[in-house]
Design a protein around this ligand. Structure first.
Ligand SMILES: O=C(O)C(=O)[C@@H](O)CO
Ligand SMILES: [Mg+2]
Length: 265
């Protein structure tokens, strides 16, 4: 049995943020993840979780100034203090709301700053690991494709492994977004296999349109069967852009037991 989480940054995005939790529950999700919950107080989100009876399983560190082209700060040289402030905010939300995964967003860096960016990313992640301590929270880093996210520092699974090796803590894992990895690199099953022990979370969407994972160049029933056979015990985040409404596009998930899953530990 696999466990799906609704990514409510993309799903139910026609509704106000705090109403998306109940909408996710209504179609069968017990878990939701999001990108940036910070426009809402911890108390407001706790209320939405209580009303909907879903768990919030993942959040991202703040992106910085998106209007100025920022998409995270962890690998951006010179922005260490801003990163730390944002990370502390994410950690406070995670601890208060029982969130077990924080995606530490690397950010955009110019080509000539990539060596310095690697060092910055590693150093910021080491400090973040110390802050997380024994809370049980896992930090994630996610390679993003360069078509959708030009300039992003982290673009391949192998580069993520280099970062993890340099950080040297099993509290940091890879967020393997199948959509991004397929667009950028391909070879999905092999890359899952080669990096199995490093993977902390998986996300899915069709390629190339990023719609429901029921068509396109990835055979998701095969990929997900592979995860089941491997005994994958993590969550699979449904992070796609619905082609019509989220509700009318949910049939893909029934074959994976949506509506029949129990809450994970
Ligand atoms: O922003 C994207 O694209 C993603 O895939 C997200 O998972 C980033 O959090
Ligand atoms: Mg993703």
């Amino acid at each position: 049995m696999i466990q799906l989480a609704a990514n409510i940054a993309f799903l139910f995005s026609n509704r106000p943020f705090l109403e998306r939790f109940e909408a996710a529950k209504a179609v069968g999700f017990d878990c939701v993840e999001c990108h940036w919950p910070y426009d809402h107080s911890i108390e407001e989100i706790a209320g939405a979780l209580e009303r909907s009876m879903v768990r919030l399983t993942g959040i991202n560190t703040p992106p910085g100034d998106m209007g100025a082209g920022e998409l995270g700060l962890a690998a951006v040289p010179g922005r260490e203090e801003d990163f730390e402030r944002g990370f502390d905010l994410a950690l406070s939300y995670a601890k208060a709301l029982g969130v077990r995964m924080i995606h530490v967003m690397a950010g955009n860096v110019p080509d000539d700053a990539r060596t310095a960016a690697f060092e910055t990313f590693v150093s910021n992640l080491k400090k973040a690991v110390e802050k997380v301590g024994s809370s049980g929270i896992t930090l994630l880093i996610e390679p993003l494709n360069t078509i959708d996210r030009p300039g992003y520092f982290l673009t391949s699974v192998e580069q993520a492994v280099e970062v993890l090796d340099a950080v040297g803590s099993d509290r940091v894992k890879i967020l393997f977004d199948v959509y991004h990895v397929q667009l950028q690199q391909g070879n999905i099953i092999n890359r899952l296999e080669w990096n199995w022990a490093r993977i902390g979370h998986i996300q899915i969407a069709a390629v190339p349109d990023r719609g429901e994972p029921d068509t396109g160049e990835i055979n998701y029933p095969f990929v997900i069967q592979h995860l089941v056979m491997k005994g994958y015990s993590g969550l699979i985040g449904a992070e796609y852009q619905p082609r019509e409404t989220t509700e009318t596009g949910m049939a893909w998930a029934w074959q994976y037991g949506l509506g029949r899953t129990g809450n994970p530990e």
